[in-house]
Design a protein around this ligand. Structure first.
Ligand code: AMP
Length: 468
């Protein structure tokens, strides 16, 4: 069985006559968290109605489909990772009918003991419909003898380990939960008396919901006609939110783990300039994810900020290249270098991270081809040396260039005149140097939760740069 690395966005709405419409808008705002598949499930208090499809939110949900998803409550999911034929089968929310009626669930994260639990459940007769780790939860809930849905959910959550931000929908209740480590973000908002739950605050903004608070690590929130009730899954919480949400993943206009992502990224850029400034003429971001850090770098260094690379925002995933190969084709489909900006210049290029190194290598060549005199690559995070097991889609350790190569070797590989990464201490400068309290396993190898499943296989799905 494959272990899926979920890099997803989730949303939940309760108490709104157009709940599905709000969920649809919320998912659109969270499109950067997953572009492979999308789904919404709604409840009118009696039955659940669902629609899921492969593709972007806008394509999966034409107006007539959203209108069909009637009811006052809804949950939705954007999925990042999946493979070929099984794409739709593994799309979420998962919807089941069990002894207590209908239930739907949408998950962002990765359960590190899902395979072990699945083997146990299968041994006692469970038949799984998909290969997503989330399905384990549904089986645990169905097997529970507890009386209420919230007790059944709590019982299931006590059995799983790893990273989860979850929304469940039963005909009468919306339940949201976050793991005791708080790896993935989940926030609570209100609009006109209705409740909204979402991975990021940018989804609240789009539906005019006010930000109330985060769902706390280890908290489960149950929303019904009786109002909102909060429970604890475990008495102790650890709180190690993912630092990579700040570095790359979240949208810059979101407030994540209590901080605005754009401001954090700018600070990372300022720090980067302080640590590894270099004589140059211009600072150029790799758009879009490198932009805030490049602004910070430019501000701190006093160098002009220039858009030397222009991104095409409308491209999909694969392209047919003419037989007569085009130079830098793969990267050029998404990014083009501007000769008018780069020619004759010593250029500092700022990106948020290097994963395999292939993008940076092509970018450096492209900038040189456009006439730059020198290309200095600056990365606003430390070297990515370890894979993520908690919900960010990273390739295997072997494919992470920094796992086996020094900064100098990587610099040579990408053919930059110089390469520098942000230091581990610099990564935490925005927290006044307080290092504790975040998961930075991708940079340090310090995994807060051990991976229990045997033979967990990483998917080779990573697309160098998602189409933001
Ligand atoms: P690479 O060519 O593999 O080194 O890709 C580096 C680029 O991928 C950088 O521009 C990052 O912004 C971007 N990136 C980093 N992490 C991820 C991820 N988990 N999914 C998609 N893109 C990523």
């Amino acid at each position: 069985m494959k272990a899926f690395r979920e890099k997803c966005g989730i949303v939940g709405v309760y108490g709104h006559p157009e709940a599905a419409n709000l969920a649809y808008l919320g998912l659109s705002a969270l499109q950067h968290r997953g572009q492979e598949a999308a789904g919404i499930v709604s409840s009118d208090g009696q039955v659940l109605v669902s629609h899921r499809g492969v593709g972007l939110v806008h394509d999966v949900f034409p107006e007539e489909i959203v209108r069909r998803l009637t009811g006052h409550a809804s949950i939705g999911h954007n999925r990042y990772s999946t493979t070929g034929a099984s794409q739709l089968k593994n799309a979420q929310p998962l919807v089941v009918e069990y002894g207590h009626g209908g239930l739907a669930v949408a998950h962002n994260g990765n359960l590190v003991n899902a395979e072990t639990l699945r083997a146990e459940l299968e041994a006692s007769g469970s038949i799984f419909q998909s290969s997503v780790d989330t399905e384990v939860l549904v089986h645990l809930i169905a097997a529970s003898r507890a009386e209420t849905i919230e007790d059944r959910v709590v019982e299931a959550l006590r059995a799983v380990r790893g990273a989860y931000a979850l929304v469940f929908l039963s005909p009468e209740k919306l339940i949201a939960a976050r793991d005791p480590y708080g790896f993935r973000p989940l926030v609570l908002g209100r609009v006109k008396g209705a409740w909204v739950v979402a991975s990021e605050t940018c989804a609240l903004d789009l539906v005019d919901a006010t930000y109330e608070r985060e769902i706390e690590p280890g908290e489960i929130v149950v929303i019904s006609d009786a109002g909102l009730a909060s429970y604890r899954v475990s008495p102790s919480t650890v709180n190690t939110p993912c630092i990579f949400e700040y570095v790359y993943f979240a949208r810059p206009d979101s407030t994540v783990f209590g901080r605005n992502v754009y401001q954090v990224r700018k600070e990372l850029g300022r720090q980067l300039s302080a640590e590894s400034g270099v004589p140059a003429d211009i600072v150029v971001p790799v758009p879009d994810s490198g932009v805030p850090a490049a602004i910070g770098y430019a501000e701190a260094s006093g160098l002009p900020f220039e858009m030397g690379l222009i991104r095409n925002h409308y491209v999909g995933r694969t392209f047919i290249e003419p037989r007569d190969a085009i130079r830098h084709f793969g990267v050029k489909v998404k990014l083009n270098a501007q000769r008018s900006v780069l020619e004759g210049k010593r250029v500092v290029v700022v990106d948020d991270s290097i994963v395999r190194g292939t993008t940076s290598r092509k970018i450096v060549k492209m900038i040189r081809d456009a006439g730059a005199l020198e290309v200095h690559m600056r990365i606003s995070s430390p070297p990515t040396t370890n894979p993520c097991y908690y919900g960010i889609d990273t390739p295997t350790r072997d494919e992470l260039i920094a796992s086996a190569h020094s900064v100098e070797e990587i610099g040579e590989y990408i053919t930059a005149d110089s390469l520098a990464y942000l230091s581990e201490a610099g990564l935490y400068a925005f927290l006044g140097g307080q290092r504790g309290g975040h998961c930075d396993a991708c940079f340090t190898g310090n995994y807060p939760v051990q991976v229990e499943d045997q033979g967990v296989r990483q998917l080779v799905l990573f697309d160098a740069k998602d189409p933001r």
